[in-house]
Every structure is written in C-alpha cells, then in structure tokens.
Design a binder for this molecule. Structure first.
Ligand code: FES
Length: 180
C-alpha cells in the first residue's frame, strides 16, 4: 500500500524533535483522523538552518513530515514557501489515495511555521523601530524620558509619548504641534 520511499521515511524519520528556541512554530491538524503535525524552524539570514517536527499520526503523516523537513532544510524562506503538498507526495513516490488528503499536510505546517516566524519578525522590527534616543540613537522604551546610556533627559511628545528630536516643534511621529 505504501511506496518504498514512504516506508523508508516512516522507519527512519529525519529531523524528528522540537527546537526549544524555535524562530517559528506551525501546527496543522486533521480533524477527520486526529493526526497532528507541528513544525519548528530556525532561521538565519533568510535561510532555514534547522527544521524539526513532531507528528502524532499514521505512517504516511510521519513520512510526509520527514520529507518536508528534508526538502526545507537549507532553503531560503522564498524557496521553502514554494514547497507544495503535491510535490511532497511526488517525492515520496506517491501516497495511497485514501491518505492523500488526510496525511499530506506537511507543507501546510511548514508554511504555518514560516508565517509565524514572519509575524514575529514584524513585531520585533516594529518594537525596535518604536523609540530611540535622539542623541545616542539607542532604543528607548515608550514613555521613558531619560536615556540611561547617554545620561540625557529627553523631551517626549505629549500625545504619542515618543521622543522628540532636539528643538522640534512638530512631533515627527504623530504630527502634533508641541507648542499649541
Ligand atoms: Fe494519518 Fe489521517 S490517518 S493523516
């Protein structure tokens, strides 16, 4: 019923496990059979340097997860996003028709992990772009009016509470007129 390749991945799944400090985690479940796949990714300079998975399910689901992890490791985010469930099934030498829709969710789980990573990145970028000391440019928590590293008191916008550049009359962040 299963191809040799499926059996081989099922017996020797690659990259099984969890990445404790994963940059992205994606989980998909099949409500029909209750199988679950969780993918963990580590990303450096846009490349998936590590991919691991934990799958609770049948042999096909495990073989699919294993194949996806192999295909994705070392790929850039853009390349990994192009991995499809169909491609995974082909690489495995086909899947039995009754398992095709139910077990073949590995690419979806991988894409969910990438989406999680991208969302976290965005949040991080937003946070770090939030406030900076206008003198030393080090990050400053929102609402703090004293920069510890350079020891200078900072004027904050009365409306958005972001640091104001020296002698500013208009807040560059929210546009409020400081003197009115
Ligand atoms: Fe394994 Fe459905 S029985 S994925």
């Amino acid at each position: 019923m299963y191809s040799e390749k499926v059996m081989e991945h099922f017996r020797n799944p690659r990259n099984v496990g969890e990445i404790p400090d994963a940059d992205g985690i994606g989980e998909v479940g099949n409500p029909v059979c209750g199988d679950m796949m969780t993918f963990y990714i580590k990303v450096k300079d846009g490349v998936l340097t590590d991919v691991k998975f934990k799958t609770f399910g049948c042999g096909a689901a495990i073989a699919v997860s294993s194949m996806v992890s192999e295909l994705a490791k070392g790929k850039t985010i853009e390349e990994a996003l192009q991995i499809t469930n169909d491609q995974v099934a082909r690489e495995l030498g086909g899947l039995p028709p009754n398992k095709l829709h139910c077990s073949n969710l590995g690419a979806d789980a991988l894409h969910a992990a990438i989406a999680d990573y991208l969302r976290k990145q965005k949040e991080k970028d937003k946070k770090s772009a939030e406030c900076h000391c206008p003198y030393c440019h080090k990050p400053l928590p929102l609402g703090v009016n004293f920069c510890q590293p350079c020891g200078v008191a900072i004027a904050l916008c009365p409306k958005c509470k972001k640091p104001l550049p020296k002698n500013a009359e208009i807040c560059p962040e929210c546009g409020v007129n400081i003197n009115s």
